[in-house]
Design a protein around this ligand. Structure first.
Ligand code: DAO
Ligand code: DAO
Length: 205
């Protein structure tokens, strides 16, 4: 049991709490244009973070600021990405014709560009390590749920429909993945804003 939130744009339902203490902060859509012609909804996503980690790691810096001061502070989003805060991004697949090949090439583009942005040149190996977790025999039909979780110590743990497919310890990889959802050029601006507003409210008395 437990409560859930239904995203009105996609009808996808997200549990309010994951892993006991990670709270849903915002939901969004990952879109992709095909041949520059039509925009498809690839998946819906929900962003979760552990409230206690947020208070413990960022409370001193942000505890005395108002919500709007926090949200307007350029460092806030960096601090979320950089610190050892337990977070999960839960994806639910909408597009029914996803092939593993198009998934691989899409994230070589999206995750690859972030690895390059934050890590500089030497990151081919890391990207390969991540994509090699995804075997050709996996199927991700519409409705599949993928969770990308940052665990303590900057470990990125990936599960598909509840089954773990791999864990990789890398601060750079964790940061790059989360940046897709709450970074500067996130997939869904409104989701990022909701996450930041909800987090800022944690510091208000
Ligand atoms: O079939 O050409 C096509 C369009 C496929 C779009 C693929 C986008 C994949 C995004 C990554 C999904 C990760 C679960
Ligand atoms: O949307 O471009 C993107 C990035 C998605 C990153 C998550 C990928 C996890 C994919 C698991 C696929 C399993 C076959």
């Amino acid at each position: 049991s437990g409560s859930s939130v239904v995203d009105s744009r996609t009808g996808v339902s997200f549990p309010s709490i994951l892993a006991g203490s990670r709270r849903l902060l915002g939901v969004g859509i990952r879109k992709k244009s095909i041949l520059g012609l039509k925009n498809i909804d690839v998946y819906a996503f929900g962003v979760y973070a552990d409230n206690n980690d947020i208070r413990k790691l960022l409370g001193e810096k942000y505890g005395k600021l108002s919500s709007s001061e926090i949200v307007e502070n350029k460092e806030f989003s960096d601090d979320l990405l950089e610190n050892d805060i337990s977070m999960t991004v839960r994806l639910q697949i909408i597009y029914s014709k996803l092939s593993i090949r198009s998934v691989r090439s899409a994230f070589e583009e999206s995750v690859g560009s972030r690895l390059q942005k934050f890590g500089g040149s030497d990151n081919k190996e890391l990207l390969q390590r991540f994509t090699s977790q995804f075997k050709d025999e996996y199927k991700i039909p519409r409705g599949s749920v993928i969770e990308l979780a940052r665990e303590r110590g900057h470990v990125l743990r990936t599960t598909i429909d509840g089954k773990e497919v791999g864990s990789i310890e890398s601060k750079l990889l964790c940061r790059s993945i989360l940046d897709l959802y709450i970074g500067e050029e996130s997939f869904d601006k409104r989701a990022k804003e909701d996450v930041e507003l909800n987090l800022a409210s944690l510091f208000q008395k």
